[in-house]
Design a protein around this ligand. Structure first.
Ligand code: KG4
Ligand code: ZN
Length: 349
C-alpha cells in the first residue's frame, strides 16, 4: 500500500493531494488564483509564483489533514515537473524535494499534461483495454496520442500555434469577457445560433492530424471588431450578437477536435476507446457532441473535480511512474512541453 502526496503548481493553481495506490483520492486541495489574475485578463507569472509561496505550506497541511494522515504515512512525493511557468514550477518542485529530503522518502517528477490524461483513466484503471486514443484539450496544449499503456504514447498530431483553451480565452478577451474565457464562451453559446457566422477550423496542408487555432481567433477578432482591427478596437457587433459568435466559435473549435479524433480512429482500427484530458473537458457541449458522434466507443472523461489543474492526477500518475529510486533531487523543471518526453520517437519520424 502506497500513499502518494502529489503537488501541482505549474500555473495559477496551488494543489496538494493524497492518493492511495494511484487511484483512491483521500484528499484533493486546490487553491485557485483566478481572483488575483482576473483584473489583468490573464495569468501574471510573477504574481502567480508569489502566491504559490504564500499558500503552498497551508495547502499541503490541509491535504494531510483532510486525508487524516501525517507525513510519516506518505510513501512517495510526486510533483508536476512541467510544463508551466518557471517561477510557479520551482515552488512546487522545491517543496516536494524538501519534503522527500526531510522524510528520506523517494520523490518523482511527472509531466502535467500526461497527468491530465491520467485523470480520466484513474477511476477505470483496472478495466482499461489499451490501446486508447488520448485527446488533450487544455489551456496550454492540444494533441492526439495513441496510448499503449500508462507512460507509452505515440504522438499523432499537435497544434502548430495556439492551444484550444488559449483560443477560448483569447476569443473571450476579444469580446470583453472575464478570464478564464472558456466557461464564459460556453455559457453564452448555450443561447447562441452557430449558423449566424461562418467560422471554420483551419486545415494544415499535408498534416491531417495537426491543429491550428490562431486563424479562428483572428476570424473572431475581425468579425466582432472589423477587418484588420486590433485587440483594443471597439466592437462593431451588437451586444446581443456575442452569443452567436460564441456558439459559432465553439462549434468550429470542437468540430475540428472531433474530425481529427475520428480520423485517428480510422488510422488505428485497434484503438478501443478515447480518453479526454485538460481544462476544456469541463465543457458540457463537447461531452454531448462526443457522446453523439461516438455512440459505440468507450469514452473516458475526468471527474468534474479533476478537469482543471489539480494534484490528485499528479499523485496518481506519480504512483505509476515511480521506479525503485524515483528521481534525483537535482531534477530540473521543464517549462515547455517536450513531446519527445512523452514519445521518444517524436521528431525522428
Ligand atoms: O488544463 P487547464 O486547467 O490548464 C492547462 O494545463 O493548460 O485548462 C485551462 C483552460 C483554460 O483555457 C480555460 O478557459 C479552459 O481550460 N476551460 C474551458 C472550460 N472550462 C475551462 N474551455 C471551454 N469550456 C469550458 N467550460
Ligand atoms: Zn493543466
Amino acid at each position: 500500500m502506497t500513499l502518494v502526496l502529489g503537488i501541482e503548481s505549474t500555473c495559477d493553481d496551488t494543489g496538494c493531494a493524497v492518493v492511495r495506490d494511484g487511484v483512491e483520492i483521500l484528499s484533493n486541495v486546490v487553491s485557485s488564483q483566478i481572483d488575483i489574475h482576473n483584473a489583468f485578463g490573464g495569468v501574471v507569472p510573477e504574481l502567480a509564483s508569489r502566491h504559490h509561496i504564500d499558500i503552498i505550506i497551508p495547502v499541503i497541511q490541509k491535504a494531510l489533514e483532510d486525508a487524516n494522515v501525517t507525513l510519516d504515512d506518505i510513501g512517495l512525493f510526486a510533483v508536476a515537473k512541467g510544463p508551466g511557468l518557471i517561477g510557479s514550477l520551482l515552488i512546487g518542485l522545491n517543496a516536494a524535494k524538501a519534503l522527500a529530503f526531510a522524510t528520506k522518502k523517494p520523490f518523482v517528477g511527472v509531466n502535467h499534461v500526461e497527468a491530465h490524461l491520467y485523470a480520466a483513466m484513474m477511476p477505470a484503471i483496472e478495466k482499461l483495454v489499451f490501446p486508447l486514443l488520448g485527446v488533450v484539450i487544455s489551456g496550454g496544449h492540444t494533441f492526439l496520442a495513441r496510448i499503449d499503456a500508462i507512460g507509452e504514447y505515440t504522438i499523432i498530431g499537435t497544434t502548430v500555434d495556439d492551444a484550444i483553451g488559449e483560443a477560448f480565452d483569447k476569443a473571450a478577451k476579444i469580446m470583453g469577457l472575464p478570464y478564464p474565457g472558456g466557461p464564459e464562451i460556453e455559457k453564452l453559446a448555450i443561447n447562441g445560433d452557430a449558423s449566424r457566422y461562418d467560422f471554420k477550423p483551419s486545415k494544415i496542408k499535408g498534416r491531417p492530424f495537426d491543429f491550428s487555432f490562431s486563424g479562428l481567433k483572428t476570424k473572431v477578432l475581425y468579425t466582432v471588431k472589423g477587418q484588420s482591427s486590433q485587440m483594443k478596437s471597439p466592437l462593431i457587433i451588437e451586444e446581443s450578437d456575442k452569443k452567436h459568435v460564441a456558439a459559432a466559435f465553439q462549434e468550429a473549435a470542437f468540430s475540428d477536435i472531433i474530425a481529427k479524433a475520428s480520423l485517428a480512429l480510422e488510422k488505428y482500427p485497434d484503438i478501443n476507446g478515447i480518453v479526454f484530458g485538460g481544462g476544456v473537458t469541463n465543457n458540457d457541449a463537447i461531452r454531448d457532441i462526443v457522446a453523439k458522434k461516438f455512440p459505440e466507443t468507450p469514452v473516458f472523461w475526468p471527474a468534474r473535480a479533476l478537469t482543471q489543474d489539480n494534484a490528485a492526477m499528479i499523485a496518481g500518475l506519480g504512483y505509476h511512474h515511480y521506479s525503485q529510486e524515483g528521481d534525483a533531487l537535482d531534477l530540473e523543471p521543464m517549462t515547455r512541453l517536450a513531446l519527445e518526453d512523452l514519445d521518444n520517437t517524436y521528431n525522428k519520424k
